[in-house]
Structures are given as structure tokens and as C-alpha cells.
Design a binder for this molecule. Structure first.
Ligand code: CUA
Length: 316
């Protein structure tokens, strides 16, 4: 698995060539500027050397506004174009296709914990099927880590306190390196793993072979009950709290007049920082669960709330 350029691994995802093209674009434009700079440097150094009596040294200070303005404008336009190009690619990688399959990743010193919606768990390994788009929902249990698969042209910081999302579609089966690309403590360099891309039938078999206690949503449901969430959010409760049936993916009007979509990030914030975003028409009564539940548990509860998406929602 080598290309003709040493150290240049082929990109193995659908978006990899777009990233490569941007990288080459940056490299070429920087190289052109560097080349021009050095060419002028050498030309002037040689032409105006002390021993060259032929050099015209009159008009030492002669400013050309034409050169000044066009050079500044040209670089501005060139680098703005590069910025727009890169930003487009970046934003594209932030917005997953609607049919992407979710996989949950929790980073902690010093390992990657992966959970599939079916409840299958892995450590420092991620098995994915060839074909569908995968969407990773990543959170950190402690410090900032960075999820980096060079062959997939994917690198994304995993910041504690938020859910980060990134997506990719593998192009061929194989085993690929996973690295942590943010210094996160003593064993940062060992925080590595493998991404295993399998053909769909092999992947199904792999899923079936794993020990599973229940789907993430089912485990989340157990947690929901043991934490007593239903006491307020349940149908017959005396405390008036927003119903969670049919919540996921819906727009939620907030008390400050804004409207937010109830996605993974919204649900996470609502559990950890309930006072920050109050649903319109409700009192800020919910206690924060910050520090009381782990990232793993958050993933399960979120999966449970997601699974209620198909339920009939409250009257609008
Ligand atoms: Cu985790 Cu470096």
C-alpha cells in the first residue's frame, strides 16, 4: 500500500481526494511564493554585490505603488480563495449525510472506547462496514484528545464537555492506523488503535459474535429508570417537565426565544447544563448531572432518548 511519493499513503475514504487536492494546492501555492522570493533574493544579491560596478545604484528609494498594490491584492485574493476552499471542505465534514450510521467514541487517558448502537463494545479498535457512511459521535472523559486516521484524511479534536461529530465513508476493506494527535499525558504516544473496514456480511458476522448485554438504547432505558428521570419526564408525573417522546430531531423553542434542534449535542447539554437552555414554558427545575454520570452513561441515555423519536410527541 504505497503511492509513488514516499510517506504519502493513499486516501481510503470518499472525501480523501478532496483533502489531498487541498493539501497539494496549499503546497504548490506556498512553493511558488517561496520560489519567487528566493529567485529575487539571489538575483538582487548577485546583481548588487559590492564588486559589481555596473549596477545602477541611483534612485535608491523608488517606490512603485503599482507593484505594492497588485502584489498585496494578489496574495490577499489567493489566500482568501484557499480559505474558502478549505472552509467548504471543513464544513462539509461537519454535516453528515442523514443516513449515516452512528458510532459512539469516548476518549480517555489513554484509550479509545467505542460503542455501537447495538451495544457492541470495543477498545482501541473500530470495526466498520464497507458501504454506508459512518458518523462518529465523540466525547472525552478527561482531557483534550484528537481522533486521527491518516489514511482516511480525518483528524478531529475530542474536547471534554462537548460531543464532536465527524463522518467518513470507507472506500475499501482493510486495517488502518488510529492515532491520538493531541498531547494528552504520559501515554499519549501509546493511545493508538486500528480501524477495521469489513465487507458487509463479514461485519454482520462480527457484530453477531460480540458479547452484548443489550442495545445502547435498552441500557439507556434502564439507566433512565434507575436515575429516576421518569419521575419528572414521565407521563403521569406531578412535576411538569418536557416530555421526551418524539423529542429527538425536532425543533425545540427555548425560553429566550431561540429555537434549537434536539440532536445529540442538545440532549447532552440539557442533561449536564439544564439551566443553560430552558424549554419555552417550563421552569428551570432540573438539577445538573455534571459529574454524576459518566460519558458512557450519557451515550446510553442519549441513545434511549433517540429511540423515543418515533413515539408520538406532545401536542405542539
Ligand atoms: Cu489522547 Cu493524546
Amino acid at each position: 500500500m504505497q503511492t509513488w511519493i514516499p510517506y504519502w499513503l493513499p486516501g481510503e475514504t470518499a472525501h480523501a481526494s478532496a483533502v489531498d487536492l487541498l493539501f497539494i494546492g496549499l503546497l504548490v501555492s506556498s512553493a511558488l511564493v517561496l520560489l519567487l522570493l528566493f529567485a529575487l533574493l539571489f538575483r538582487f544579491a548577485i546583481h548588487y554585490r559590492a564588486s559589481n560596478a555596473d549596477a545602477d545604484r541611483d534612485h535608491r528609494i523608488r517606490k512603485s505603488w503599482h507593484w505594492e498594490v497588485s502584489w498585496t491584492a494578489a496574495t490577499l485574493v489567493a489566500f482568501l480563495a484557499l480559505f474558502v476552499w478549505g472552509a467548504q471542505l471543513y464544513l462539509n465534514l461537519q454535516a453528515p449525510p442523514a443516513d449515516a450510521l452512528p458510532v459512539y467514541v469516548v476518549a480517555q487517558q489513554w484509550m479509545w472506547k467505542v460503542q455501537h448502537p447495538g451495544g457492541q463494545r470495543e477498545i482501541n479498535e473500530l470495526h466498520v462496514p464497507l458501504g454506508p457512511t459512518m458518523r462518529l459521535l465523540m466525547s472525552s472523559q478527561d482531557v483534550i484528545h484528537s481522533f486521527f486516521i491518516p489514511a482516511f484524511r480525518i483528524k478531529h479534536d475530542v474536547v471534554p464537555g462537548t460531543t464532536q461529530s465527524i463522518w467518513f465513508r470507507p472506500r475499501k476493506p482493510g486495517v488502518f492506523h488510529l492515532f491520538c494527535a493531541e498531547y494528552c499525558g504520559t501515554d499519549h504516544s501509546r493511545m493508538t488503535g486500528r480501524i477495521v473496514v469489513m465487507e458487509q456480511p463479514a461485519f454482520e458476522q462480527w457484530l453477531a459474535r460480540q458479547d452484548v448485554t443489550g442495545t445502547l438504547a435498552a441500557e439507556g432505558g434502564r439507566l433512565y429508570r434507575s436515575l429516576g428521570c421518569g419521575g419528572c419526564h414521565g407521563a403521569g408525573s406531578t412535576v411538569r417537565a418536557p416530555a421526551l417522546d418524539g423529542l429527538y430531531g425536532r425543533p425545540v423553542p427555548l425560553s429566550d426565544g431561540t429555537v434549537e434542534i434536539a440532536d445529540e449535542r442538545f440532549i447532552r447539554d440539557a442533561i449536564l447544563k439544564p439551566r443553560d437552555k430552558i424549554a419555552a414554558g417550563y421552569q428551570p427545575l432540573m438539577p445538573s448531572y455534571q459529574g454524576k454520570i459518566s460519558e458512557d452513561e450519557l451515550i446510553r441515555i442519549t441513545a434511549y432518548i433517540k429511540s423515543l423519536a418515533g413515539e408520538p410527541g406532545p401536542p405542539q
